[in-house]
Design a protein. Structure first.
Length: 204
């Protein structure tokens, strides 16, 4: 008969052995396959570095110039403001939505005053419009502009016409709801800024 011997004790034992061996090999193979998959759950080195503090030398930064660095995937603007711009800041309060930066979510507690900075002449801002995240253009010179004939310097977002002064304070009557954000930062020395670390609290 064609099926003769299939249920013999010897064949039954051999079948169990082969089944068990196949299961063990399959489990071991699945284990090896799972290793890279599980490792993929861990943050990559690049992801870890993305949140790390950024150190920037500003020795060569001249008046009216801007350095752009990246921190946590965001552009950070470091700008050296002129004395004329600093003198103009207090005159803009009546045109601004939040001139005193009363919204505490917009900057760290140690950032105060109309300059919104640790050093009056150095501004540090997140370079993303608070409307839809576009990147505004810097218009640092005090001169008439098509969007404002009495422009005192600042940032203009061409996407939806939001305007900010040179301290990142938002104007009234524009789509952006809040001032530009000030990231946590401190000075390592007179010419070195560390973005992402508060002066006293450590890394953000």
């Amino acid at each position: 008969m064609a099926n003769q011997g299939v249920n013999d004790p010897i064949n039954t034992g051999r079948r169990r052995f082969l089944t068990a061996t196949t299961a063990v090999v399959g489990a071991v193979g699945a284990g090896f396959a799972a290793v890279p998959f599980i490792k993929s759950w861990n943050p990559s080195a690049r992801a870890k570095l993305a949140g790390a503090p950024v150190t920037q030398d500003i020795t060569g930064l001249a008046e009216g110039q801007r350095l752009i660095v990246e921190w946590r995937g965001q552009p950070i603007w470091i700008v050296k403001r002129s004395q004329a711009v600093l003198q103009a800041l207090p005159t803009l309060d009546s045109h601004l939505r939040d001139p005193k930066s009363e919204n505490k979510d917009q900057q760290p507690d140690y950032i105060k005053g109309e300059t919104r900075s640790i050093k009056p002449d150095i501004s540090v801002l997140v370079g993303l419009c608070t409307h839809l995240g576009c990147s505004p253009e810097m218009k640092a010179e005090i001169r008439p502009e098509p969007f404002d004939p009495e422009w005192k310097g600042g940032y203009f977002c061409p996407c939806h016409k939001s305007r900010f002064d040179m301290a990142g304070r938002v104007f009234q009557g524009v789509p952006a709801p809040t001032n530009l954000l000030v990231p946590p930062h401190h000075y390592e020395n007179d010419t070195t800024i560390v973005i992402g670390v508060d002066p006293a609290k450590g890394a953000a």
